[in-house]
Design a protein around this ligand. Structure first.
Ligand code: NAD
Length: 386
C-alpha cells in the first residue's frame, strides 16, 4: 500500500515559538509580509507583537484584520482585493481556523485568480500560491498543517471544502501561549473539533499507519486535557497538551481525511451559522453510536487511547464506553442542542434534503466505516432534535 503524506516544510512548536517567525520568513527568501488576521487578534495585542518582531528583523509587515469567523467567498474577495494593493511575497495567518483558511484561499486566488468555487472538491488544487506561514491561536482545527480550506459560498450557502497541496501552509508556528486568552466556550468547541479530527482520521477508510500514529497520540493528549482547559483556561500544561494534540490531529486527518461527522457538520454550519467545532460536537455522539458496528476494533482503540476503556474490556464494551464518554463530555462542556442554539425546526426541515446532498457531495461521508443511505442520514440529522 502506498500512503501519500503532506506536511508543512517546517513546524516550530512550543511556548515562545513565535519568536522564530522572522527566520522563517527569511528562509523563504521573502521580505514583504501581509499578516492576515481578525479584529480580536488586534485587540489582544498579538498583531502588534508579531509586527514588532518582524520590523525588528527589518521585514516589512502590513496587516489585514478584517477576516471573519467561518469565512465566506465575499470575505475572501475583500481580502484578495486589499492584498493586491501591494506586492506581498509571504502571507502570515494569525488566528483560529477562520483566519488561516482565509489566508490559504487568498494565497491561491492572488496567484491564479478566479473565485473560490472554482477550487472546490472534486478539483484537486496542487499549484503553488503565495507562501503561507500559519500561526494558530486556537487548539482546534489543525488548519496550520492541513491541505484543506473551508469557505462558504454566499450565493448558495454551501460550505465548500477545497483540497490539495496548495492549501498546506509552507510553515507553521504552534505556540500554545497564544491560546491562553481563548474564552471557555470557544475552548470547548475547538477542543472537541480537534478530538473529532483524531477519531475520524483513525476510523476513516483512508487511514494509514502514518495517520493512525498521529491520531492515537492526539487522542492521548486531547482527551484528558479538554475538561481541564474548559474549567481553567490558565492551566498552562493542559493548554500545551491541547495545542500539541490539535496539531497532531491535523496531521492525521489531513492525510486520512475526515468522515461522516464533518460531512454532516458543514451544512449545519453553513445554513444555521453554528460554529464549526460546535456542530461537530452536536453530531459526534450520535454518529459514533451509528458507526461503531462497522469498525468495532478501531473505535475500541479510540476508547483506550482516550483512557475511557482498558485493555481488558471487550471491544464492544469499549465502544459503549466511548459513546457514553462523548455524551458526558458534551454535557460537561455545555454543548447546546440545535433547539437550544436557536435553530428553527421548520427551517431545518426545509433545507434537510439540500444538507444531505451537500454532505454527500463533499465526499467525507464516504470515508466513514458505515456509510448511511440518504434516508439514514435524514434520520441521523433528525436525532439531533431528541
Ligand atoms: P475561529 O477561527 O472562527 O475563531 C473563533 C473565535 O475565536 C473568533 O472570534 C476569534 O477571534 C476567536 N479567537 C481565536 N483565537 C483566540 C484567542 N487566542 N483568544 C481569544 N479569542 C480567540 O475558530 P476555529 O474553530 O479555530 O476555526 C473555525 C474555522 O476553521 C471554520 O471556518 C472551519 O470550517 C475551519 N476549519 C478548517 C479546517 C482546515 O483543515 N482547513 C479544519 C477544521 C475547521
Amino acid at each position: 500500500m502506498i500512503a501519500s503524506v503532506t506536511l508543512p516544510r517546517t513546524i516550530e512548536m512550543g511556548g515562545g515559538a513565535i519568536k522564530q517567525l522572522p527566520q522563517m520568513v527569511k528562509n523563504l527568501a521573502a521580505s514583504r509580509v501581509l499578516i492576515v488576521t481578525d479584529p480580536t487578534m488586534v485587540q489582544l495585542g498579538y498583531v502588534d507583537t508579531l509586527q514588532s518582531i518582524l520590523h525588528n528583523a527589518d521585514i516589512h509587515a502590513d496587516v489585514y484584520s478584517d477576516t471573519i469567523p467561518e469565512p465566506t467567498s465575499s470575505s475572501i474577495d475583500a481580502l484578495v482585493e486589499a492584498a493586491r494593493q501591494d506586492d506581498f511575497d509571504c502571507l502570515v495567518a494569525l488566528g483560529g481556523g477562520s483566519a488561516i483558511d482565509s489566508a490559504k484561499a487568498a494565497s491561491i486566488l492572488l496567484a491564479f485568480g478566479g473565485k473560490m468555487r472554482d477550487y472546490k472538491v472534486p478539483r484537486m488544487v496542487n499549484e503553488s500560491g503565495i507562501p503561507l506561514i500559519a500561526v494558530p491561536t486556537t487548539a482546534g482545527t489543525g488548519s496550520e498543517v492541513t491541505r484543506f480550506t473551508v469557505i462558504t459560498d454566499d450565493e448558495t450557502d454551501e460550505k465548500m471544502l477545497c483540497v490539495g497541496l496548495s492549501f498546506a501552509p509552507v510553515a507553521a508556528i504552534v505556540d500554545y501561549e497564544l491560546t491562553l486568552s481563548v474564552p471557555a466556550r470557544i475552548t470547548a468547541d475547538t477542543g472537541i473539533d480537534a478530538l473529532t479530527h483524531a477519531i475520524e482520521a483513525y476510523v476513516s477508510k483512508k487511514a494509514t499507519p502514518f495517520s493512525d500514529y498521529h491520531a492515537l497520540e492526539a487522542m492521548r493528549l486531547l482527551a484528558p486535557n479538554l475538561r481541564r482547559v474548559f474549567h481553567d483556561g490558565r492551566d498552562v500544561a493542559a493548554r500545551e497538551a491541547m495545542m500539541q494534540g490539535a496539531t497532531l490531529a491535523g496531521l492525521a486527518f489531513s492525510n486520512a481525511s475526515v468522515a461522516l461527522v464533518h460531512g454532516m457538520s458543514r451544512p449545519i454550519g453553513a445554513f444555521f451559522h453554528v460554529p464549526h467545532g460546535l456542530s461537530n460536537a452536536m453530531l459526534l455522539p450520535t454518529i459514533t453510536a451509528f458507526s461503531v458496528e462497522a469498525a468495532e476494533h478501531r473505535y475500541a482503540d479510540c476508547a483506550r487511547a482516550m483512557a475511557v476503556a482498558s485493555d481488558d474490556d471487550s471491544d464492544s464494551l469499549a465502544c459503549q464506553q466511548l459513546v457514553d464518554e462523548l455524551v458526558k463530555l458534551n454535557q460537561e462542556l455545555g454543548v447546546p442542542t440545535l433547539a437550544e442554539f436557536g435553530v428553527s425546526a421548520s427551517h431545518f426541515d426545509q433545507v434537510l434534503d439540500t444538507m444531505i446532498d451537500q454532505a454527500i457531495a463533499s465526499g467525507s461521508p464516504a470515508n466513514n466505516p458505515r456509510v448511511p443511505s440518504p434516508q439514514q442520514m435524514a434520520a441521523l440529522y433528525q436525532q439531533l432534535w431528541t
